[in-house]
Design a protein around this ligand. Structure first.
Ligand code: G3I
Length: 381
């Protein structure tokens, strides 16, 4: 009996010790899991500046439930990747297509996001009717102005008070700082830009208004932007900010190039925003740069080296570059209002198909399975 009692006491003690250990281990795991699941970008880097993401219609319509949940938990700002572009939202002169844009804005309001509109005037994805008459001739300057005013005022006033900032004009410059020879420029000259900003401000005086472009690390392009800002102000119109798209590659730009761009562009007194940040890990053909959607290149395996997965060594280099860029943005947070990533996951990134269709790139903060990359976790709290 004595032995039995001692044995029972021993077993009882062991049972108590095991269940105690089990309780603390699971509770700490649960705690860790719970902590892990509550980690977010918006509570981390998002306290230095708005942290945003370009969203697609699968995510904002709820079709992509994982994507929608991840966006809601991680970000405090959104921008529509495509649904508000002219060809999508205003396909015919007297017909608007509101469904996707309404879903996008409703998603942003539901999740208390800083909602951006993208983009009111752009030479690409332009509805084919916009700058020509019924037999294909360029319309007159006055007709184009009427159409721009109708387009801008109808869209901006529909979302007045909910869309907080608009990419009013997108990519109007070439790398040398001269004006792109778009239809808008051919018909109206430089005036199309200040005129667009004037129309947007009249439609929603409270909305922030941005000029948005890529490769603004080029000094020549910076000078072009300074000229645009001056032209808007001389016209009596209003501009709030300059969008530096920031579609970067493993070849650059350097930190000092981006810092110089920040210093030059913030000298206008405009807010700055990093509007379309992504960092491709892929090699590019020599004559391809920036983000000009019109640039394309035929497929070759030499430009698509990581079809199965990304080697750890390459992810390490990518992470180092990303840390350098985010450290730079943090050190300039008094000038930078927002950093938006152009795409939620590597799978949904436009980089997989530009400038070469069918590649496998790894340019965003989240993996193809919606998990956060190691670097991304360093931005979370
Ligand atoms: O919606 C049609 C679909 O009906 C059709 O079946 C399919 C195949 O042809 O095309 C779909 O439209 C595509 C659209 O993305 C939506 O997926 C267009 O072809 C395609 O050209 C378009 O690409 C977008 C690109 O802008 C061109 O507008 C990219 O998703 C988008 O990430 C990219 O974003 C631009 C910014 O707006 C401005 N800055 C540069 C950036 C990268 O080019």
């Amino acid at each position: 009996m004595k032995y039995l009692n001692m044995r029972n006491i021993g077993m009882y003690t062991l049972a108590i010790m095991f269940s105690t250990m089990l309780f603390f281990s699971t509770s700490s795991c649960t705690q860790n899991k719970k902590t892990e699941s509550f980690l977010s970008l918006k509570n981390g880097i998002g306290t230095d500046f708005l942290i945003g993401v370009a969203v697609n219609t699968n995510e904002t319509s709820g079709l992509d439930t994982l994507g929608a949940a991840l966006i809601a938990r991680q970000f405090n700002s959104i921008v529509p990747e495509n649904c508000m572009k002219c060809a999508e939202i205003h396909p015919e002169e007297n017909r608007f297509s509101w469904e996707s844009a309404d879903q996008y804005v409703d998603f942003g309001v539901k999740h208390h996001m800083f909602i951006i509109g993208h983009c009111l005037i752009w030479h690409s994805q332009l509805a084919p009717w916009f700058c020509v008459d019924s037999i294909g001739r360029d319309v007159s300057p006055s007709v184009l102005k009427q159409r721009m005013k109708f387009h801008i005022s109808t869209i901006v006033s529909r979302y007045k008070g909910r869309v907080k900032g608009w990419d009013v004009v997108n990519e109007a410059l070439l790398d040398d700082g001269s004006y792109r020879n778009s239809k808008f420029y051919q018909i109206l000259g430089e005036e199309f830009i200040p005129y667009a900003f004037k129309c947007a401000h009249e439609a929603d005086p409270q909305a922030e208004l941005y000029y948005n472009d890529y490769s603004l690390f080029l000094p020549s392009k910076q000078q072009g932007v300074l000229h645009i800002v001056k032209s808007i102000r001389d016209y009596g119109a209003m501009i709030t900010g300059i969008g530096m798209q920031s579609h970067f590659t493993m070849d650059g730009p350097s930190i000092s190039q981006v810092q110089t761009a920040i210093d030059t562009l913030s000298s206008t007194g405009c807010k700055l925003m990093i509007t379309e940040f992504d960092l491709s890990v892929l090699p590019f053909p020599n004559d391809i740069n920036g983000a000009g959607i019109e640039q394309t290149e035929k497929y070759s395996i030499q430009y698509n080296p990581y079809t199965k997965s990304l080697p750890d060594s390459i992810e390490q280099v990518w992470s180092t570059h990303m840390k350098d860029y985010f450290d730079l943005y943090r050190s300039n947070k008094s000038k930078i209002e927002r950093v938006t990533i152009w795409g939620l996951t590597d799978k949904s990134s436009w980089r997989n198909d530009w400038p070469i269709l069918g590649r496998t790139d790894y340019p965003t903060l989240f993996n193809r399975d919606y998990t956060a990359k190691q670097f991304t976790k360093t931005l979370m709290r």
